[in-house]
Design a protein around this ligand. Structure first.
Ligand code: GLU
Length: 289
């Protein structure tokens, strides 16, 4: 029944081919099965995370993974029926998250992935599992960017596929401040943004406070965060559009992760001592419809 329900959601054509293949090969069935069904049947999941964001999603030299998103991924997988050794982590960058979800390279994305209006057209989001806030980081010796509005005329990082630059340069819903005259400098990732900031190729990196805290803490003394937060970044769990069944199960897992104290422990483990105010109450869920 579950298979059919999802089949109907993704279109009558798929539902028909599913019905036709029901007594034959398993190939079509696998495609139309929800991520929850896959998790329960195969005890396996492929989860997209960042590999280069300290405290969030980081691949360590020994090949293991560390960070808040990694811990959240393990918790959610377990609640969906998948043990830690059933998880395959795959690198998702800001730019490939939608295509990796759509193309089935990953089952879920847990990668500082803000729920935005544009992305909601392509992806279903569970969560949020945390609400971060956009802030701005400069070199430790910078004295002319003290508030977000000071970015006018400055060189700001534009990480490919990320929404953060838009919060500065565009109007709502996915933008916010609509500041003119910002000079955007391209980078592939936030780790590249941070290298460019350090080398003087940029004046500022503006993005989620958790991301900035992770880098600032990793390279102590190099940077300062101006502490002028100006957005709510709802970190969602991305999955194929229409997979409501999995989304509901993910939301249930997130609720449990807060009520049993696990989320609070993960936040302390990765962000204690960064100066960030950590919120340990479960965020309001967006809803899966
Ligand atoms: N949360 C923001 C976004 O999803 C910035 C971080 C990122 O790109 O991963 O666009």
């Amino acid at each position: 029944m579950r298979v059919r329900r999802f089949g109907a959601l993704i279109g009558a054509g798929m539902a028909l081919s599913l019905a036709l293949s029901a007594c034959g090969s398993d190939t079509e069935k696998t495609e139309a099965t929800t991520v929850l069904q896959k998790a329960q049947d195969e005890k396996k999941l492929t989860i997209g995370i960042k590999y280069d964001q300290p405290a969030l999603g980081l691949k360590k030299p020994d090949g293991t993974f560390d960070g808040f998103d990694v811990d959240v991924a393990k918790y959610i997988a377990k609640e969906l029926g998948v043990p830690e050794d059933g998880i395959t982590f795959k690198e998702t960058t800001s730019a490939n998250r939608e295509s990796f979800i759509g193309g089935g390279q990953v089952d879920l994305v847990i990668a500082t992935y803000s729920i935005t209006e544009a992305r909601k057209q392509q992806v279903t989001f569970g969560g949020p599992y945390y609400v971060a806030h956009q802030d701005t980081m400069v070199n430790a010796d910078n004295n002319d960017i003290k508030k977000t509005a000071d970015l006018k005329g400055k060189r700001l990082c534009k990480a490919a596929g990320s929404n953060s630059f838009r919060r500065i340069t565009d109007p709502p819903p996915d933008g916010k401040l609509d500041i003119d005259g910002v000079k955007l400098v391209d980078a592939q990732s936030y780790s590249e943004c941070v290298s460019k900031l350090k080398s003087g190729a940029l004046d500022a990196v503006s993005t989620d406070d958790l991301i900035l805290a992770g880098f600032a803490n990793q390279q102590k003394g190099s940077f300062k965060v101006i502490n002028d937060p100006f957005t709510d970044e709802k970190f969602g769990v991305g999955m194929k559009k229409g997979d409501t069944e999995t989304c509901e199960a993910v939301n249930k897992a997130i609720n449990k992760m807060y009520s049993d104290g696990a989320a609070g422990q993960y936040l302390d483990k990765h962000f204690a001592g960064t100066g960030l105010k950590l919120v340990k109450e479960v965020p309001t869920m967006e809803g899966c419809a």
